[in-house]
Design a protein around this ligand. Structure first.
Ligand SMILES: NC(=O)c1ccc[n+]([C@@H]2O[C@H](COP(=O)([O-])OP(=O)(O)OC[C@H]3O[C@@H](n4cnc5c(N)ncnc54)[C@H](OP(=O)(O)O)[C@@H]3O)[C@@H](O)[C@H]2O)c1
Length: 324
């Protein structure tokens, strides 16, 4: 498949490495706001056509577009790519407000053959299925899911610069950046919560540096801890009677261990590139026209972003492209 990319940061390089390693994608086009940036990027990753005009990029000979721009641009760029008849792999979060899902759905309705996947890479990690199986086969008493990493951009923020990921105009902050991995995990493993509340620590820029969410289910509650201003070494845990399943962050899933009367290491081996599994699954789905998988993942994404909207609705965090 001919791959076009939007965004020229390290994450795009990592995706291209994962994608080309599958043997199913060939980098064909790079969009950047600046010609020099596009050319410098192409020089690093191989050869490809370069574009600074989005319409020309989307009209070019591409099968699939990978979008890794600032969060606030994802929904409109996804809708534009679908409207141009291209399959889309869009970085998380696909939307920064649940109302933006309708714009993408309208574009999808006009192009029913096009598949759209949100690149929630942990869903395709073999250890995600290990935890999912455990949750599905045990009576749960609750869970704590943690993803908090000191952002490489936080130093810039503290120095008075205005990095996109700490900016409300682009839908930045801990919930949108890392919390979305936790909400995805909670909804996939436990279902849609009956109530979702978020207590953020809001930075002067207006986005959350960190925060704690509580998701309520009929028989248990789940605590989510997300942060971009510190590193957490806390384990994530799922509680069930005398046994506890422990793992690092749901966004990393390097080790899964059962603690209890019969402790066991349940970790599955995985690829060194954390985007390898999703790149392979998306290629297979697009090439076989797997509408069933796309519909299943779209339904999950809708549930996740509805919960994300509920979490943010109870806070003072407002983004530049929120509806009036
Ligand atoms: N899956 C993962 O593991 C993972 C890891 C990291 C990031 N991500 C996701 O990837 C996305 C990009 O993250 P990032 O940290 O790379 O973001 P970023 O550096 O702020 O921006 C990404 C790209 O967007 C373009 N851009 C920057 N500022 C822009 C602006 N003001 N207007 C329009 N375009 C702009 C730039 O490309 P040009 O200069 O070439 O136009 C840049 O390379 C985010 O949604 C993030 O959540 C995912």
């Amino acid at each position: 498949m001919k791959l076009g990319i939007i965004g020229t940061n390290w994450i795009t390089e990592q995706f291209i490495a994962a994608a080309t390693a599958t043997g199913q994608y060939t980098l064909a086009a790079v969009y950047s706001r600046h010609l020099e940036t596009a050319q410098a990027f192409v020089a690093k990753v191989g050869s490809a056509a370069v574009f600074t005009d989005m319409a020309a990029f989307l009209a070019s000979d591409l099968d699939v577009v990978y979008i890794a721009s600032p969060n606030g641009l994802h929904a409109s760029q996804t809708a534009a790519a679908v409207t141009a008849g291209k399959h889309v792999i869009v970085e998380k979060p696909m939307v920064t407000h649940p109302s933006q899902l309708a714009m993408i759905e309208a574009a999808k309705a006009a192009h029913p053959d096009v598949l759209v996947f949100e690149a929630a890479r942990h869903l395709y990690d073999p250890n995600f299925a290990v935890v999912q199986d455990f949750a599905a086969t045990h009576t749960l008493s609750g869970a704590t899911l943690v993803y908090a990493k000191y952002s490489s951009r936080y130093d810039d923020y503290l120095a008075g610069k205005d990095p996109n990921i700490f900016a409300p105009r682009f839908g930045g902050g801990a919930l949108m950046d890392l919390g979305v991995y936790l909400v995805y995990a909670a909804v996939a493993w436990f279902g849609v919560p009956t109530r979702a509340v978020y207590l953020p620590h809001v930075l002067a820029s207006g986005v959350d540096g960190d925060g704690v969410a509580r998701l309520s289910y009929p028989d248990f509650d789940v605590t989510l801890i997300a942060g971009k201003t510190f590193n957490s070494e806390l384990a994530s845990e799922i509680y069930t009677g005398r046994e506890t399943l422990t793992f690092d962050s749901p966004g990393e899933l390097n080790r899964v261990t059962l603690v209890g009367p019969q402790p066991r290491d349940l970790t599955q081996a995985k690829d060194a590139n954390p985007m390898a599994d999703e790149a392979r699954v998306f290629a297979q789905a697009i090439q076989t026209g797997d509408q069933a998988l796309a519909a299943k993942q779209w339904a999950l994404a809708k549930q996740v972003h509805t919960v994300m909207g509920q979490l943010r609705a109870g806070t003072d965090i407002r983004f530049g492209n929120d509806p009036e």
